[in-house]
Ligand binder design. Structure first.
Ligand SMILES: NC(=O)c1ccc[n+]([C@@H]2O[C@H](COP(=O)([O-])OP(=O)(O)OC[C@H]3O[C@@H](n4cnc5c(N)ncnc54)[C@H](O)[C@@H]3O)[C@@H](O)[C@H]2O)c1
Length: 371
């Protein structure tokens, strides 16, 4: 069996999830870790032999098959470009880059080099979503005419909540939309096969200034600092976005990082002329099919009930496969390159960068913007 040598850059919240998921594949060795802070300690904690603070040195000194880039958004482009130019396959975190131009350049470079490229839009890889995609493609819900939903979190509810995501220089010109809205948009385009062609958005920033704790604070952590500095906030906490899809369907999503009690609540509701389909992260093993003229159905993750998704099911029904499992399923496909790929590639990452840019433009101009 072919074995792969991989390095991870950035070992915060998602970097550690990458390391764990990679190890579960069995044919990948995470040989090196790169991080700007406390890398020796982090490498030791994660049982990784080589530790680097400079990704260039790491890529030059190790013979890598893949690099996984799990750092703040403004660093994705330079690290990915450096790796691709040296013939290393790249798995990027979302949002793919800082700007549309950077994403375009990476798409072009990966194509020229014929390298494997992926963006971790892992919500596609829940068995339920592979099932829904097939169900809609098979015309089981009829013609899709509306797509609704939300992506709600509450980790930025208080004015003392702060992370690099609130700094436009690290995060980008949209925040809630790029950070979590991109997951929703990637998912609905993937499930329905329909492209968004126009957007209209309204943004709200609840706190014009936030109190940033002095010292390093991890994403999603409870902030108990004694000293703060004031930071001006110029990105959205909440976005309401309306969509027009290529077939004439309409849609809307509420995106918020200040919805008290909602931890990571992504939901989609897709209506067609025969039936509707509903899925969400709070009930991720079930697909709800709604009918008007007969009893509605709930289809549960199960090898027999979701045969189309059987390659993404590794445990029997009733044994929940959640966030770490969906990420593992992305990597399973990335490292084995099956004929039918469900995972998002750089082209899909670029698509989300374009949508985020158009949504920001719409919020600024308060008008519909064509994509
Ligand atoms: N797919 C998902 O569901 C998902 C979930 C969380 C985060 N993300 C994405 O992953 C990326 C990282 O997010 P996070 O929540 O893990 O952030 P984090 O702040 O928890 O971790 C980032 C890590 O990168 C390190 N770092 C920063 N700059 C670096 C550099 N130049 N070189 C090496 N290391 C560097 C930091 O020290 C830190 O350890 C972001 O792009 C984010 O949008 C995706």
């Amino acid at each position: 069996m072919e074995k792969f040598k991989t390095a991870v850059v950035g070992s915060g919240f998602i970097g550690v999830a990458h390391i764990e998921a990679l190890r579960r594949l069995g044919n990948v060795e995470v040989i090196a870790l790169c991080d700007m802070f406390n890398v020796e300690k982090k490498a030791k904690e994660n049982h990784i032999e080589l530790a680097y603070t400079d990704y260039k040195k790491m890529i030059d000194e190790t013979d890598l098959d893949f690099v996984h880039i799990c750092t703040p958004n403004n660093t994705h482009f330079e690290i990915a470009k450096y790796a691709l130019e040296r013939n290393v396959n790249v798995v990027l975190e979302k949002p793919m880059t800082f700007t549309v131009e950077e994403a375009l350049e990476l798409v072009k470079l990966a194509k020229e080099k014929n390298l494997i490229n992926a963006v971790n839009f892992h919500n596609r890889m829940y068995p339920a979503n592979i099932f829904i995609k097939d169900y809609i493609r098979d015309n089981k819900i009829g013609d899709v005419f509306s797509i609704n939903g939300n992506y709600l979190q509450d980790w930025l509810l208080f004015d003392t909540d702060y992370s690099w995501r609130l700094n436009t220089k690290e995060s980008g010109s949209t925040r809630a939309v790029a950070d979590i809205g991109s997951h929703w948009m990637d998912l609905v385009e993937y499930l329905t096969g329909l492209k968004i062609v126009e957007v209209f958005a309204e943004f709200k920033t609840v706190y014009p200034q936030r109190k940033k704790a002095i010292g390093e604070i991890k994403t999603f952590s409870v902030n108990e600092a004694a000293e703060y500095e004031l930071k001006t906030i110029d990105t959205e906490d909440i976005a309401l976005v309306m969509y027009r899809f290529e077939n004439g369907a309409i849609g809307n999503v509420t995106i918020s990082q200040m919805a008290a009690g909602k931890k990571n609540n992504l939901e989609v509701f897709i209506s067609g002329t025969k039936a509707s389909v509903k899925w969400g992260l709070d009930d991720l093993e079930n697909v709800h099919i709604g009918y008007r003229d007969k009893p509605s159905l709930t289809i549960t993750k199960d090898y027999g009930l979701m045969t189309i998704a059987k390659n993404a099911i590794d445990f029997p029904a009733g044994h929940t496969e959640g966030f770490p499992d969906a990420i593992k399923q992305v990597f399973k496909q990335v490292y084995s390159q099956p004929q039918n790929k469900n995972y998002a590639q750089f082209e899909d990452g670029l698509r989300q960068m374009i949508l985020c840019e158009k949504i920001a433009e719409s919020a600024k101009k308060s008008q519909w913007i064509k994509v």
